[in-house]
Design a protein around this ligand. Structure first.
Ligand SMILES: [Fe+2]
Length: 200
């Protein structure tokens, strides 16, 4: 069992190392293999069971609206209200909350020499989230539950749609103007390589 989990970790480490590095520029969209996905899926579902109260106390929970800033609720009641309003949940710094993500993110960071973090996004059907924006990091979105549509706009204003179903991943670089739409309940992970935090 342990060796199976170690193999899964190694495989995930290799995949993230490749996809978050500049070597992967040509690769935009793909799918993780089923054994790895099953593990990520059950693991992520366990993390969605953390209570709003615990997440608020840890200051790990915020909500996404079309325009910044992210809203960090101060109480459990406020968190419930924000969720009812349709805003997308973002649970940040999963790498600080689980041995699995901690180990994998740390190893990828050591390999690529930049900080690596992991967040989880949970949206309701037709949930609200960011309008078109760019991120500061190299990102890898990995769909876990439901379907999410990412739209990436090029310099001429043309929009490419990427439909992420469970186990699909999408690379989003700092130059990509993008947004995500949700028609159904959706959970996705986002791994980020922060080039402004170089490790030495
Ligand atoms: Fe983004």
């Amino acid at each position: 069992m342990d060796s199976e989990i170690n193999n899964i970790k190694m495989e995930f480490y290799s995949l993230l190392s490749k996809l978050l590095s500049s070597e992967a520029e040509e690769e935009r969209f793909g799918k993780v293999q089923s054994v790895l996905f099953e593990y990520l899926h059950s693991f992520t579902l366990n993390m969605t069971k953390i209570s709003f109260k615990e997440m608020v106390d840890l200051k790990a929970l915020c909500f996404c609206f079309p325009k910044p800033p992210l809203i960090y609720p101060k109480t459990q009641e406020e968190a419930v209200e924000l969720w009812q309003s349709g805003a997308t949940i973002s649970i940040q710094a999963l790498e600080k909350r689980s041995y699995f993500f901690n180990e994998v993110c740390k190893k990828v960071a050591e390999n690529l020499v930049y900080e690596v973090t992991c967040s989880m996004y949970i949206s309701k059907p037709d949930g609200i989230s960011f309008s078109y924006h760019v991120d500061e990091w190299e990102g890898l979105a990995l769909q876990v539950v439901g379907e999410k549509v990412f739209k990436i706009k090029d310099d001429n204003g043309n929009i490419a749609d990427y439909i992420l179903k469970p186990s699909n991943w999408l690379r989003i670089s700092p130059e990509d103007v993008h947004l995500a739409e949700t028609n159904e309940y959706s959970v996705h992970l986002n791994f980020a390589l922060h080039r402004k935090f170089k490790l030495s």
